[in-house]
Write a protein that binds this ligand. Structure first.
Ligand SMILES: Cc1ncc(COP(=O)(O)O)c(C=O)c1O
Length: 443
């Protein structure tokens, strides 16, 4: 063992360990190559890129954690981009919309014994997160907008209702004027589920800025994507602070991380829903490209839609604000379920990118009747929460046919996916194929 009897450095002696050279980054060329390799470059360019990336020694890799990052945080930049896109004072990045919903419900103090109204047609996450927050999901019907019917919302309000969660399904706004009217009348907060409609708007206001809080998904099947990812938008600083606490396992890494709570209710035991810098970097670019992506969807949809002829019993989904529609899809109602199925098969045979919305053979998690965990009141633990949080007689009467209007509307709907890169010629061919089939099936 090497020891020295010289004076201690703290007492003015020589320093034993010199300034260490900077550590090699935890993330370097190999990791960058693993990412670039996913992009599918042609073989020759791939080899050149590989040589360039792996042949560069001493690269200063990224810092992939948003907090205490010595470099500018991409997650923070993405949050700033969302604040600008949506027009709210605050934005918090999360690792999914599912976690954004839980953090929002928790920020609103929702828990055992509370109820949240959700639509009968939405991805299961909107309802599942209510239950995983220990509250009761109350299912309300939809209408021809394919979104929450405000009258059904009003009918399902009880003294236990702590939030209403309208979902802007398939890229288009719910009836936010009527829903906000009902919510304000009863003093109930609104959590907009904007998972499928980033960049959309309603009467000049961006979705996610109308209710109390907005929750976005950036998973790979959404309008704007980062693989996985989500955002919470709000004008309410207190709710932002509480969502931040929940999303950061009790605010462990927040700026000023060791500070005590400034206000009662700021700190509590939470979970980890933080977004990584990798997702932040991708999300940031997607947000910057939002106008271009939305314009592409809208252009293609308008071109297809304006060419569809008039057919008896055929109508389009009612749009609450056609200008604010993201244009990610076109929905059409046919006269009945049998005709819808016939048209669907014929259109698919023509090569049209179309799907049914309610195929009785498919256990589709977007339709309430397949939410078995809710229908049969499943619990993860012996405490039987959330169902044990209210008296048995106060539980909603769940049944697979509790929302017949929703099932009827979905049975008669066809959903056309609109890719934002469709060319004018491709749009014309799709429109021609739709007309051809409708002519044969319903005319
Ligand atoms: C309406 C709706 N809400 C919430 C979610 C959950 O989003 P994520 O996959 O980001 O958790 C989705 C995703 O499919 C969705 O469509």
């Amino acid at each position: 063992m090497k020891t020295t009897l010289e004076k201690l450095a703290i007492d003015g002696g020589p320093r034993t360990v010199p300034e260490l050279r900077p550590h090699r980054s935890k993330i370097a060329g190999e990791e960058l190559w693993a990412i670039v390799d996913m992009w599918g470059f042609p073989a020759e360019r791939k080899e050149r890129l590989k040589d360039l990336i792996l042949g560069t020694s001493e690269i200063e890799g990224p810092h992939l954690f948003r907090y205490y990052n010595p470099k500018p945080s991409r997650v923070e930049a993405a949050e700033a981009g969302m604040r600008e896109l949506v027009g709210t004072k605050h934005c918090l990045a999360t690792n999914s919309c599912t976690s954004a919903l839980v953090a929002s419900y928790r920020a609103l103090s929702i828990g055992a014994g509370d109820e949240v109204i959700v639509p009968a047609y939405t991805f299961f996450a909107t309802a599942a997160t209510v239950a995983s927050s220990n509250a009761i999901p109350v299912i309300a019907d939809i209408d021809e907008t394919l979104n929450l019917d405000p009258e059904s919302v009003e009918r399902t309000i009880t003294p236990r209702t702590k939030a209403i969660a309208p979902v802007h399904m398939r890229g288009a706004a719910a009836q936010m004027d009527a829903i906000m009217h009902v919510a304000n009348k009863h003093g109930i907060p609104v959590v907009e589920d904007v998972a499928q409609a980033a960049g959309g708007s309603f009467q000049g206001k961006k979705l996610g800025s109308i209710g109390t809080m907005g929750c976005f998904s950036f998973d790979y099947y959404k309008v704007l994507v980062s693989g996985e990812g989500g955002f919470i938008t709000t004008d309410d600083e207190w709710l932002y602070t509480r969502a931040q606490s929940w999303h950061d396992c009790a605010a462990c890494w927040r700026p000023d991380r060791f500070a005590k709570e400034k206000h009662e209710g700021e700190l509590f035991c939470g979970e980890n829903y933080r977004m990584s810098e990798l997702e932040g970097a991708v999300a940031m670019v997607q947000i910057q490209r939002a106008d271009e992506i939305l314009a592409g969807h809208r252009r293609a949809k308008a071109r297809i839609k304006e060419q569809i002829g008039q057919f008896p019993g055929v109508s389009f989904r009612r749009l609450t604000d056609a200008d604010g529609d993201t244009g990610i899809c076109m929905v059409m109602f046919l006269p009945d379920a049998v005709t819808t199925q016939k048209a669907l098969e014929a259109m698919q045979a023509e090569g049209v990118p179309v799907g049914g919305v309610y195929d009785k053979k498919v256990r589709d998690w977007h339709i309430y009747k397949y939410w078995e965990q809710v229908m049969t009141q499943k619990s993860v633990a012996t405490d039987n929460l959330p169902w044990s949080g209210v008296r048995k007689e106060d539980l909603p009467k769940y049944s697979v046919d509790m929302c017949p209007r929703t099932l009827e509307l979905l049975s008669n709907a066809l959903l056309f996916d609109i890719d934002y890169t469709l060319t004018a010629d491709e749009c014309d061919l799709i429109a021609a194929a739709i007309n051809k089939v409708l002519h044969a099936v319903v005319a």
